[in-house]
Design a protein around this ligand. Structure first.
Ligand SMILES: [Zn+2]
Length: 1088
């Protein structure tokens, strides 16, 4: 403080000197010496402009005279008014606030204090206060807080003085200690004396300043409730709402709402609000505001208050545990399943006893702490480390899955075209099916207008369909134009064999017979039976209609306002296993979800055309609701139906960003268009009033569920339609597909299908080996054959991520294709593929878990052979490979991402993890082969849906037991990835603005293969110059980033020797690094 003060004193004396000079000139010399006068005044002006506040500070501090002080304050007010707050900032930094408080204190000791001085002081303080971060503390410590409060109390009628005082109080109270202290001093009561109804027009200004300043403190909110002020506030708000017809006093109206918002942060406040009929008051006033767009802030705040106060409901369920029960062979000792099982009987797991509300602030804090924990911080744990693990004797049994590594082809009937000797190993699909019993049936032609729902595996004796294209009579045409080509015509089952070469309805039904589900499904959903042909039209992101969420929320609030309009009729309920479909008189839609991959637990008809849908938890779990797949029938053509899925859990969803649900119409399929299409309008996703039990929310109390709502109409009478979260792909579909793949085999293709293991549910987990047959049985060719690097792929560990299966389908079909690229690829690598890591989850309609109720992609560190067999054995395969020095060149696990767009990869890099965290690392920690970037980089150049910008190579703590991280660290695979495909669509590249479809997903799977071929070319190149050419070809000119702290040249050609496999010259990487700040890990709220 000293230095500026001295400088000011110096400057001060200069001003005085100049003023003195000016005075001397006055009269006598002014006329003569114009030049000097100009110079002097210009200097004064300059000094005042640049350092005026400081002169004033010095003068005012030493002034004992009220008038002098006042004059200086006037000057200060003038000075601080110009300069857009910058000068106020300088003033604060020179200690101006403290000086003003001193003056305030000493002025308050005068009796009576000068009103004008008080007015000026408070005006100034209101100006500088917001610029001073310690304003509140300074005010309290100096005693100014009480001065202002007392002044206020004594001048309630003095509107001129009241206004600046209130403004200053508002700044004081941004400090929470002050807010509480003000409350104690009776300021809450004071405020309610000041705020006035509309009619007292002279108090408008004061009223506008009053409400905003103190209720943020919880104790003050309680004071307001105890003082009975909630009804008063509501009445005041309504009064302003009614009278301020030209909307000139938005500030006051908003201020009153903010008061209510703060009061309703506490439970007592919410109760008072409900008791005062607040819901109706705000609902009605908001509805009246709706047509005027400028009133949106009022509607939004009202809606926020109403949502907060909406009485919490329980989900209409007896328990949140899955409606299906599967007894585990043993219960894991710890973890979510153990908790679930240790719940004492009789505990209500649907709601909590206590009502501990979350506040918005809490939620924010939560995410912040969670974020800081996410990245791994133990550098030692980061480095790839081959864990000694299991003895080779134990792993030797896995040798049988790698016949190709020892096969000598000497008994070479092989080359005489007989494929069977290769596939003989175990083609379990075709032979495991009991094809002698049961023929599947389609709806009987005697009831032609109704497609019977669903297709049964046995039962009704009827016409056998398929192959021959059997007919159903139909009179669907009576509805007219909606039913194309149906007039008196015969409906044909679509010949999907023509449209979909790898689909066969008959074969599908055969496959279903061998699929074991916990609920013992005996039905087949039509979409899986008919198949799906990707539509040729574009499906852009749905544009969000302005205010759609608000109007949906208002409709929800109406349930409370107009309870008599609510039907509240249960129409479907899996908790009544004998009759989930509740009979009715045809006034309601019919629902069904009892088929493979189906998920829908309960449906409540809320209004005539509106239904609340409840999803089922994953088996042996009490949450993970996201995946849905269900059937609807009994619809009226042209009616708009609203569907609300009311127990969603994630805090946001791509349904808010253009994603639509998928719908499949059986009538459309019969008319030759068997396909899933993106459907639904008025889609949005928002927090609702259904309380989430802490048991299902990881111990957090007061959480709510989210609603995903969509509206749709149906265009065919007597249709059966299906809705799904994403394009379904069942386990039976996979089996059918794999068996059809066999047919694609040529003598040049080596394809083997093994059963890796059985799942908990008794289903078989397939393992595929695809490569090229050796060119001949010469030593050289056999040697080349055996030494091909391995590529290990897996998918669908998470059942709800069906897109991963479609990508896998693309990969498999490409690999089995006849193109020269496919042939080179087979010649280059041996592919080991586990296309479905979690068959049980898929079959039973789970979203994330297996039958053990656990996320299988969190079990890779120590999978239990009994509880996680597919993971245990897949990991064993990799451990076996590591033991025989044949760890794969690339490992990739296909996933789906529900919150991000595009397709992208997660990989593992010590260096990039270090960047993203604050670990101090030595330069040796940062030497790393950058080859891990090559594959995603190539993909971003050849696959239109792929985005390099979304990739991340950070190793997060929460991911340390995922396939990607474990395969990287324990098996030593440097190129270990998770490939995430969006469930929504793309925001870059060729598909920008479009929702993703199966065509794009399959293309992605094929492009992945092409990228591997490019990777191979790079690996094979030895000529450096040639390599650089190719590199620049691949990399393109745009990546020039280099990180200042790291020398990539150090990392050039370094390779991780751990894997024991061929490694890439890694020079690719150093050109391709994107700046670290673009790799924000917080964006990767990842699903995998
Ligand atoms: Zn996943």
């Amino acid at each position: 403080m000293n230095k500026p003060k001295m400088a000011t004193e110096k400057g001060n004396s200069r001003v005085l000197m100049l003023l003195g000079q000016l005075e001397r000139m006055n009269g006598e010399a002014m006329g003569r010496d114009v030049e000097t006068a100009r110079q002097v005044t210009a200097k004064i002006l300059h000094l005042i402009q640049t350092q005026g506040e400081m002169y004033c500070l010095c003068v005012v501090q030493s002034s004992r005279d009220v008038q002098t002080t006042l004059n200086i304050l006037y000057i200060l007010t003038e000075l601080l008014t110009v300069g857009e707050g910058r000068r106020a900032g300088v003033f604060v930094s020179k200690g101006g606030t403290g000086v003003l408080f001193q003056i305030l204190i000493s002025a308050s000791k005068e009796l009576p204090p000068s009103e004008e001085l008080m007015l000026q002081l408070h005006s100034l303080l209101a100006k500088v206060g917001p610029k001073d971060r310690k304003f509140g503390v300074k005010a309290r410590l100096s005693g100014a807080l009480n001065v202002t409060v007392n002044l206020l109390k004594q001048n309630l009628q003095n509107t001129k003085l009241l206004l600046p005082c209130l403004q200053v109080l508002r700044v004081y109270s941004t400090n929470s200690v002050n807010a509480i202290s003000l409350g104690k001093n009776g300021v809450v009561e004071l405020m309610f004396k000041i705020v006035a109804p509309y009619s007292k027009k002279n108090t408008i200004k004061v009223t506008s300043a009053a409400p905003l300043f103190f209720l943020s403190a919880e104790t003050n909110a309680r004071r307001a409730v105890d003082g009975g002020h909630v009804p008063i506030l509501l009445a005041l708000y309504l009064d302003w709402h009614r009278n301020d017809t030209r909307h000139r006093h938005m500030l006051i109206r908003k201020g009153l709402l903010v008061c209510l918002r703060n009061i309703t942060n506490i439970k007592l406040g919410r109760k008072a609000f409900i008791d005062a009929d607040g819901m109706r008051v705000l609902y009605n006033s908001s509805t009246e505001c709706l047509p005027v767009r400028t009133l949106d802030p009022l509607i939004n705040t009202s809606s926020l208050i109403m949502r907060k106060c909406f009485p919490k409901n329980r989900l209409p369920l007896p328990t949140i545990k899955s409606a299906f029960h599967y007894q585990l062979p043993h219960i894991p000792a710890a973890g979510p399943v153990a908790q679930l099982y240790s719940q004492p009987p009789g505990v209500d797991d649907v709601v909590d006893e206590s009502d501990n509300e979350e506040t918005d602030a809490d939620t924010e804090n939560d995410t912040r702490t969670r974020r800081t924990r996410r990245i791994k911080t133990d550098l030692n744990k980061l480095h790839p480390k081959k864990i000694p693990g299991r003895p080779f004797e134990e792993l030797r049994v896995y040798e049988r899955f790698f016949v190709e590594l020892s096969e000598d082809f000497q008994a070479s009937i092989l080359f005489t075209v007989d494929n069977n000797c290769i596939s003989q190993s175990i083609n379990f699909y075709l032979y495991s099916v009991n094809s002698t019993t049961r023929t599947h049936t389609l709806p009987s032609p005697s009831a032609p207008t109704h497609i019977q729902s669903p297709l049964l595996l046995g039962g009704i004796p009827a016409l056998r369909v398929g192959g021959g294209g059997s007919n159903w009579g139909s009179d669907c045409g009576s509805e007219g134009a909606e039913d194309e080509g149906a007039e008196g015509a015969v409906l044909e089952v679509p010949d999907t064999a023509l449209l979909l070469p790898l689909h066969d309805p008959d074969l599908y039904v055969e496959m279903v017979k061998g699929t074991l589900s916990v609920p013992q499904y005996a039905e087949v959903a039509y979409p899986d039976y008919f198949g799906h042909v990707a539509p040729t039209f574009r499906e852009p992101h749905l544009e969000r209609v302005y205010g759609v969420q608000r109007s949906k929320i208002f409709q929800d609030i109406e349930r409370l306002i107009h309870p008599n309009d609510i039907v509240d009729k249960v129409v479907y309920d899996l908790d009544i296993p004998s009759c989930p479909l509740i009979e009715d008189n045809g006034e309601s839609l019919k629902f069904n979800s009892q088929f493979e991959s189906g998920n829908l637990r309960k449906v409540v008809q809320v209004r005539k055309n509106e239904y609340d849908l409840v999803l089922n938890s994953d088996i042996n779990s009490n949450h993970y609701h996201q995946w849905f797949y269900f059937e609807v029938s009994g619809m009226r053509v042209g009616t708009m139906y609203r569907f609300n899925i009311i127990n969603c859990e994630k805090s946001n969803s791509q349904f808010n960003y253009g994603m639509q649900v998928l719908m499949y119409s059986v009538q459309e399929a019969i008319s030759g268009r068997p396909r899933w299409v993106r459907t639904g309008t008025d889609i949005c996703y928002y927090k609702n009033h259904f309380a989430r039990s802490s048991i299902a929310a990881g111990g957090q109390k007061g959480k709510s569920y989210y609603t995903m709502t969509f509206t749709t109409s149906f265009s065919h009478k007597d249709d059966v339609c299906y809705f799904a979260y994403h394009y379904p792909y069942t386990y039976s579909t996979l089996k059918m597909h794999l068996s059809k793949l066999e047919a694609l085999r040529t003598p040049q293709i080596y394809l083997r299908q093994d059963v890796l293991c059985e799942t908990l549910g008794g289903n078989k987990c397939p393992l595929l080996t695809i490569t090229a047959m050796p060119e001949s049985n010469s030593n050289d060719h056999i040697c080349q054959f055996r030494n091909r690097p391995l590529i290990f792929l897996s998918a669908r560990v998470h059942p709800g991520e069906t897109n991963a299966s479609w990508v896998m389908k693309g990969t498999l079909e490409f690999l089995m294709g006849t193109s020269p690229l496919a042939a080179s690829l087979r010649d280059a690598y041996i592919f080991k593929i586990v296309p479905m890591l979690n068959p049980d989850g898929v079959i039973n309609g789970n979203h994330r878990c297996s039958l053990s109720g656990e996320d299988l992609n969190r079990q890779w560190q120590s999978p239990n052979p009994e509880l996680h067999p597919t993971i245990y054995h897949t990991k064993s395969l990799l451990q076996y490979l590591a033991h025989i020095q044949r760890a794969p060149l690339v490992f990739c696990d296909y996933h789906g991402h529900s919150r991000k767009k595009n397709v992208f990869m997660y990989g593992c890099s010590v260096k990039e993890t270090v960047w993203q965290s604050n670990i101090s690392a030595t330069s040796s920690d940062l030497q790393e082969d950058l080859g891990y970037r090559a594959l995603p980089k190539i993909l971003s150049q050849i696959a239109p849906a792929f985005s390099m910008a979304s990739c991340s190579f950070v190793v997060e703590r929460s991911k340390e037991s995922t396939a990607r991280v474990v395969v990287w660290r324990e098996i030593g695979v440097q190129r270990s990835y998770t490939m995430e495909s969006t469930l929504c669509g793309c925001d870059q590249g060729k598909y920008k603005g479009l929702q993703i479809g199966t065509r794009e997903l399959e293309e992605m799977g094929a492009q992945f293969c092409v990228a591997l071929l490019r990777l191979k070319r790079l690996t094979g190149l030895r000529n450096h110059q040639h390599l650089l050419d190719l590199e620049s070809d691949i990399i393109g000119p745009q990546c020039k980033y280099t990180h200042p702290h790291l020398l990539y040249t150090d990392a050039l050609f370094l390779s991780v020797s751990l894997s024991g496999t061929q490694t890439l010259p890694s020079s690719l990487g150093d050109h391709c690094l994107s700046p670290p700040d673009r790799l924000s890990p917080w964006d990767h709220v990842s699903d995998h």
